[in-house]
Structures are given as structure tokens and as C-alpha cells.
Design a protein around this ligand. Sequence first.
Ligand code: ADP
Ligand code: MG
Length: 554
Amino acid sequence: MGTMNGAQIMAQSLKQQGVDYMFGIVGFPVQGVAAEAQKAGIRYVGMRNEQAASYAAHAAGYLTGRPQACLTVSGPGVIHAFAGLANAKENCWPMILIGGASPVYQNGMGGFQEERQVELAAPYCKYSHAIEHVNRIPYYVNQAVRHSIYGRPGPVYLDFPDDIIRGECEEEDVLEVATVPEPPRAQADPDAIEQALSVLESAERPLVVVGKGMAWSRAEDEIREFVERTQLPFLNSPMGKGTMPDTDELSVGAARSTALREADVVFLMGARLNWIMHYGLPPRFNKDVRVIQLDIQPEEIGTNVPAEVGLVGDGKAIVNQLNRALDNRQWFYPAETAWRTTLKEKADANLATVQPMIDDESAPTNYYRAFKDIVEWLPDDAYIIGEGANTMDIGRTQMPNVHSRHRLDAGTYGTMGIGLGFAVAAAVVNPDKPVVSVQGDSAFGFTGMEVETMIRYNLPVKMIILNNGGIGGRMGSTDTPARGEPQPPGNLIYGARYDQMVEGLGGKGWYVDDPADLRGALDAAMAHDGPTLVNVVLDPKAGRKPQEFGWLTT
Ligand code: ADP
Ligand code: MG
């Protein structure tokens, strides 16, 4: 038996625990950790900013069902990655951040990039710990993995000091630990299951809301059976999209505001009544709405609106319980009800409102006309990444998802800049699937240099930028102001050639300033076997269809 160093033990522990991907940036003191990870069979992806690497890690965690790793240098590297840690915490997605740290024997001396990383990570984490002994690395990795996927999933932090990384111990002294099994799938109280079905039977205007907690729990087959048997109208949350196909005739996504406002019973499945769901409060919800709530986190039940029935446990297990309980009932929600008619009429009216924008062929184009071509071109099995204010909001309504966990966006934390990191993760985890990212020009800019990462690894991501030369909309003229002239704070370069930036790095780009050319560019991009960017210039005044409620109204 020989000796092993900390980097080797870490790499083998991660691999043992099913951590197959590591996204990061090397430097002091973690260079060797990435190299050992590769030797252990972990796919290492070197990125350009720790922010994007930390976004990639938790998207990969959500997609694979196992926490994946982000590796950073000490101090500033760790701080940059907190962006992803916080986003993962808010989204309830797992990841392991492994932060290099200055050597323990220099603690407090003002060492190179010395920082109180364990304390600083704690508020964004389920578990934050320093590794203190080389031979106990497997213990901490086991703890980290378990904390990240048991109960409500979330991020964890491991502090990995230089002297532990380089420290050695005898192979036989390395602690042996168990591989963390899949989390046990807890079932709900059987009485609550019956009660939930009885409340649904008593509803006049029922609505099922499917959130990303259900997508995480891989409950798509159970939910499909439940919806097919009960015939209940459903609404997918932004990243719950696809858990039930958006194209299903029971989807009321096209009448979202009406469905939420007028439902008398809402069955919330793995979705929170936070800002995305308008807190479950008037005027966006009926003040007397009765709530059935399914969540893995007991204290989530009753948040903002008391729940009449709480179903605590795993989404997949509980919907399966509901389906078994339905065997003893002859009930389904009838085909012809005033509620279905209301929802259908509202959906038709909403479609009629946007149709003129879809049909508008003028150049430069608007969002709806651009999405018309994108939707017709988009493969059914594509991973769709969307971000940017209007680009994301309109894109969500226009681009259907038919598979679960195929939509990744700014999420619960509303983080702009996640797009390219998420796209890298989707492409690395699913090398045989199309990955399409539709971003605003502002969103693209946050981590635009990850284009180099995509090109370096030849990840065939199809990027589309809906480019209105601004954050939100562009104010005033589209001309570039003279030097020294004040500019509206939200303005960016109008017509900026992000397509040329991609070409300069070795990818392929198209510049589209007339909607007549869009479909041709998209087809050429799909035919190209590598990263591409289609840069679509928008009318700077283009926006959303008139909304019943302003943004963020409660
Ligand atoms: P959305 O944004 O789609 O509405 P949220 O992120 O607000 O979804 O809510 C997801 C909820 O799902 C969280 O409250 C989380 O605790 C819950 N959740 C996570 N994993 C599971 C699971 N396996 N089973 C049931 N609920 C889960
Ligand atoms: Mg913009």
C-alpha cells in the first residue's frame, strides 16, 4: 500500500458518490484537484468565470439527480461562485462547491487569498464545512452529498485548504464510507391523501399547479396518470414546464392569470406560493381559495396561505399514492363545465391579442414574430434555456416544453446571467440532445465569454440573442451617443455584433435584421455541428402583450 494525497482522495470520493461532472477554474491551490478528478473519471469542464461554473454545476445537478461539483480557487474564486450557490439554494437544486483555501497553518496571518469561506458560504448552503484531515475527506464528501439531496435539495460547501490538498496519508488510513443511496421517498399521511381527493371532488373551479419540485422528483409519469384520470386543468410553473406537456389539452397555461385568480381549489405540487405565484394572495388569487399543498419540506406547508390539506413527502411517491387511492373512487372532473369554458375563452382571447404581432413582417422584428420561427424550428426534445426580461417571459409563453426538466431559466432567484453556464451543463450532460439558448442581449453579456468554453469543448449549443440594445427596452434613439454624452442607464449598443464575437472565437454566427431571414439562419445554425449564435435585431420598442397586472404586482 502506498500513500495518497488530498487531491487524489477527494477525486475518488466524489466519483464514489456519483459526482461525475466538475465545472471550475484552476489556480492556487486547486490545480491538482482538477487533474486528479480527470484521472478518477470525472468530466472536468474548465470555464472562464466561477459564476458561470457554479451555475453549470447546479444545472447539472438538477438534470442528473446527483449533486455535481464546482471547483474554485481560494478567496475571490469562492466569492464569485457564491452567485451559483445562492441561485441553487433558491431553486432547491443540489451542488457541491469545493473552494480552495489558504493553508491552515497560515490561518489569521493574512495569507494569499485568505478568506472566512466556511462562514461566508453558510447562509447560501445546507451544509458548509472545512476539511481538517486528509484521511477524513471521504467522510465530508459523504456528508455533503447526503445533505444536498436528502430532504429539500440544495447546495453545500466544502473548504479545501492547500495543505490538506497536498497532504498525504497511508492508503489504509483513508476512511471508508458508504456510497450515499438515492434519498428515501417519503409518503404522505394516508388520511391526508383521502382528504386531498375529497377537496378536489368538491371543487367547482379546480387547478393543479405543477412546480419544479415535481420535475426534480421525476414524477412525470405519476402526474400524467393523475391528470389523465382526474381530467383536472393544470398549470406548469416556469420550470415545471414539460412535467406535463405544455401542449396537453388540459394545460391552461394560455389562460394563466384567469386560472390563478378564479380557481376555488388550487393543488400546489412542488411549487411555492412566492413571488412567481403572486404569494397566493388577492388580487391574483381568489381570497377564499382552498389550498392543497404537496412539498417535501414540512415548514413550507401553509406559507402565505394556510393549506387545507398538507401532503408532506416526496412528490413522486405521493402522486403515486393519490393514483392508488383513485382506484377506489369513480370520480373525475367533468368534461363540460363553466370553468373549462371560461379558461378556453380566455386562452383564445389571449392568442388573438398576440396574433397581429406574430403576423407582423416588418423589420426590425418584434418578440412574437421572432418566436414564431423559433418555435417552428425548435426540436421537441431540445433543452431550452431562456433568460432576459422580455425574452424569458415571452419565450415561456411561446415555446412549449413537452419533456420534464427541459427548461432552464432565471428561476426563483431571478438571476440574469445563468444562461451560458446552464447551456454548457445541458450540453455536457446530454451530448446527444439539442441545446437551445434564447437570451436577451443584456443577459448574454453577463457571462458571454463562456462562448469560448463552448467552442473549446465543441459543445453544439444553438444560441439565439433577441437583441434590442438594452436592459429591458432601449430608451431614445438607436444612435450611439457622442463621447461624454449622458446615456440612459439601461442602454447597450444597438445592433452589437455578438455573432461576430462568436465567429472570432471559432464558432458560427448569423446577423438577422429582417424576420424574413430568420428561419434560414436558424436552419443553417442547426445544420452546423458546433456552437452557433443567431443575433436577431429587434425593434427597440417591442415588448410584451398588454398585461392585466403589472410586473411583480401582488
Ligand atoms: P416553482 O418555481 O416551480 O414554483 P419552487 O422552487 O417554488 O417551484 O418550489 C419547489 C418546491 O418543491 C420546494 O418547496 C421544494 O421543497 C419542493 N420539493 C423539492 N423536492 C421535492 C420532492 N422530491 N418532492 C416534493 N417536493 C419537493
Ligand atoms: Mg435587451
